[in-house]
Write a protein that binds this ligand. Sequence first.
Ligand code: MIG
Length: 728
Amino acid sequence: MKIKMNQISPSTQLFRFGTPFNTEAVTLNIDASSFCETENLPQFKCEKKDNTYLFTYVMNKKQCIFGLGESLGGMNKRSHNYRMWNSDDPSHTEEKDALYGSHPFFIISDENEKIGIFIDFPTEFHIDAGFTQYDILSIKVPSENFDLYIFTGNSELQIVREYLKLTGTPYMPPKWAFGFQQSRWSYPNENAVTNVADKMADAGIPCDAIYIDIDYMDNYKVFTVDKNKFADFKKFTAEMKQRGIRLIPIIDPGVRVEENYSVYEDGVKNNYFCKESDGKTDFTAAVWPGLVHFPDFLNDNARTWWGQLYHFLWDAGIDGIWNDMNEPAIFYTPRKLEAAKKKIAERTINNSWDFFEIRDSLGTLANRRDDYAEMYHLPGDGKSGIVSHENLHNLYGLNMTRATVDEFKKDFPDKRIFLLTRSSSAGAHRMAAIWMGDNQSWWSHLLLHIQMLVSLNICGFFYTGADVCGFSGNVSNELALRWMQFAIFSPLFRNHAALGTRNQEPYNFDDKTTNRMRHFIRTRYKLLPYMYTEFVNAVKTLTPLCTPTAFYDKSCQSLECQDEFFLGRSILVTPVYQPNAQGRNVYLAGNRPYLYVKLCNNGLDNFNIVQAGNFYAEYSADEVAFFIKENCGVPTGVLEEDGKTFNTVEIIAFVSGVATASYYEDDGETNDYLKNNFFQIDFTIKKEINNSFCIQATTQGNRQPEIKNYNFVIVDEKGGITRQTFSL
Ligand code: MIG
């Protein structure tokens, strides 16, 4: 077999099959003249049958697979089956092979070898990661046109960096996005939103954002606001912002078919909607608004148009957007609904009811493959003709994101956008954030949040999170507490729930529970200096914020560890995710001791030094606890009364020799940090004889620091505490 190969860097090879569609996943310029021909792929066996390529790799017993972004199957992705097909499936049960996004980048690793794989292909294909046969990894691509990249490197982190050099620097949200966010389907009107803001304030719980779900609109018409619910939207948005709360409205892609509705009329007039196979008739489906047309986000003009529509919201003072349903989700198409009705009528007349047939004829109308196949795009400038959605399915969400982001950048070139989107594919990580979709109030989904955070981080989605406390179902008190307790370490910290479920806002529990949640949320704000510093460092160095312990140590325990991760350079997060627990077994990677700390609102509450290896950590439902690595320091805010703001940073450090700790500031809103408008202070804390510490600092950036006073709380290797201060 002849395969075209391009050595695009010493560690990255591109294998090109046929003429691939440009998915926009890759941003690196690839020199088209430097392809050569090769017979084979390294490591992989490559076979072609009909129009399908099959790549197989034989795994040894110890090899793990990391990455694959938004997917089930644990932190080590081996032993599971994955289907790259963006799906609106609200039931994330263990055996599922597809969720809302497709991120076909993964690393096969053991202590000897690390290989990264990325398949750049816009529609369905399969990755069997040892599901059918434990030692065989296979990739099956039903096409002759796609790119396959193979990365080699000494470490997993190096391979991730190569992948991110290829596909782009991760998205950087505004700073307020690291605060606590409250959401529910639905806060449908001014009163409901005001009520949330008031209750939060009364309970002393800081909150940076409140979401408004689909019923703020007039009849689910996107880019409208129901006047009966929000009499003066702009004024209301401003009032909320005055109180420190940003409103984040939802936008769905489906445009309601309705005369005199300008979005609909403009879309029809200018051919911005997806078509049927004739290339002329607008494709019709039903979602929340009833019958809708879908914007053709693959088309350049349609994307520009759509991106401009958000001005309706930016002009109303909105700072963040939540794009939903962009797989796109389809409830039914009129054609299939008619067919189902007809079938049921016939059976009724003939009195030949078959229960399952009747049930399934209505129950299988949503998200059908044969409907997607009848939807057509005019990609790019539209000059190369129509393409079935079936062939580009996984790009729909990414291109809705592009539409939103590209126009925002044109109009607000300096500002960072806050955009949360549901569907995504490789490359979307550089444009916006995703959340993990419609999870459930299940303990297993708390664990899934932990695991998916790591898998998504490996694919470049550094800022992400799940619906905290669970979307569907009624959350128990204990699960809600444990989830909130964990989520203070989740970059996106958003409590969101479905219509009709138990109210799970932190103030909607008994007093004891609410008090604990207040403690968690305030501690999140206390840890914000660390979170933000480490996030920016992650983006700048192309290093995931959340990494598995297996990246640091290849012992069996470490490789099997599925429920903890390093957050940034200094913290190991070890959440409790099981009911009736007073703590949990923790694996402390490497061979150096850690400091197990518990924080209260005033700072360090309680600590002990723990040797590497296995350890049972007591961790009750009212505590904030985590591990600090040896010779690391964690900057925290000394909170004011409001539980949110601070004028002094306190660095909690565990020092046996020379420790490092960093603290970073920028304006939080713009891209000026890229032009040196930031402040960073890097400390070294050195243990001297007589148990004193020498603190030295270097600074970077042109910005005047807001924080000039630093307290140090230093724990030495014997457990002694030293307090020192440092001022600029
Ligand atoms: O069909 O807008 O994932 O977060 O609350 C459900 C209502 C549509 C799905 C989203 C969820 C949102 C809900 N949406």
